[in-house]
Design a protein around this ligand. Structure first.
Ligand code: GUN
Length: 310
């Protein structure tokens, strides 16, 4: 059996199209564009790519986007002051501080300086608490929202299904647990201390991998016919590892041999595809949805700030 490929690019394009129309309608009704501010500290190359992607997509959707780039040496007080300016600026409806931050900064303190109603990452404790309590007026982290958008698009039901999430991060695993629970799934969260990982995963109707370990999930972890969602994005440059993880994908392996680098997920795609009923690729699965849902969150925040119903 070969699995249906769940195409995140198509689903993201549909979300972005809806967001673009929403932004145009907001502009017509209020004269205001949704405003997104992204704070980038230092010169982490991966963060630079992510941030560029966020601001570029925001502009494509008709948003006013602002990048505040600060040196890695920026002090706590200066960073908090810049965040405070954005927090007070009525043209900024959504804002985020790109992670990771340099070691001398306390990420928890910095994240808490973002006002909850502009916290389009959904990382503020107030928004995390609202998600826990099932209040639907909070802002929810974008990657878990992207997973749900993908499942909804392909009409994959969750109520009563067994969902296994591998990974307990604050950004993906924990919020996704609550979203899945609110959709009436029976949810198990696995992590580094889980015993019998393969057997637990192999019980899942829907298996989500979000740990950041390249190829951790192999064929033996996948129940025949299961839906496999791979949230991992890992850069691999070790040839032996790439030959293993890209086995069964000759074109990607060929490209690795030319470039010496490949992006892979937490799932061994070649093995999992043989058993799954449906599976996301990496790249091109959950990744494109994260930015689309960030902009959707920003549009929601803007509508709320401007008193415009959806
Ligand atoms: N770094 C990696 N993922 C994220 C994210 O979702 N938000 C922010 N702010 N930084 C990140």
């Amino acid at each position: 059996m070969s699995a249906t490929i769940l195409d995140g690019k198509t689903v993201a394009a549909a979300v972005l199209d809806r967001v673009r129309r929403g932004a145009a309608s907001l502009l017509e009704r209020t004269g205001a564009r949704p405003g997104l501010a992204v704070v980038l500290v230092g010169d982490n190359p991966a963060s630079e790519v992510y941030v560029r992607n966020k601001t570029r997509r925001a502009e494509e959707c008709g948003f006013a986007s602002r990048l505040v780039a600060l040196p890695a040496s920026v002090g706590r007080d200066e960073l908090l002051a810049r965040i405070g300016e954005l927090a007070d600026d009525p043209a900024v409806h959504g804002m985020l501080v790109q992670l990771p931050l340099p070691d001398h900064l306390d990420a928890r303190e910095i994240q808490r300086a973002v006002p909850p109603d502009k916290d389009v990452d959904g990382f503020h404790p107030l928004n995390a608490g609202k998600l826990l309590l099932g209040d639907d007026d909070g802002l929810v982290p974008c990657t878990p929202l992207g997973v749900i958008a993908l499942l909804d698009h392909y009409e994959i039901p969750l109520a009563g299904r067994d969902v296994v999430i591998v990974g307990r991060s604050n950004i993906v695993g924990k919020p996704l647990f609550h979203l899945m629970l609110s959709r009436h799934a029976t949810v198990t969260v696995c992590h580094s201390r889980t015993r019998e990982l393969a057997a637990t995963c192999a019980r899942a109707d829907v298996l989500v991998a979000a740990v950041g370990v390249p190829g951790l999930i192999r064929g033996e972890h996948v129940r025949p016919g299961a839906v496999v969602i791979d949230v991992g994005i890992n850069a691999v440059d070790d040839p032996a590892q790439a030959e293993d993880l890209l086995a069964g994908q000759p074109r990607r392996l060929e490209r690795f041999r030319r470039r010496g680098r490949a992006l892979v997920g937490d799932v061994h795609f070649g093995e999992a595809r043989e058993k799954a009923g449906a599976i996301t690729p990496v790249p091109g699965g959950v990744g494109p949805l994260t930015v689309a849902l960030l902009l959707d969150n920003t549009l929601r925040a803007a509508r709320r700030a401007l008193g415009v119903p959806a």
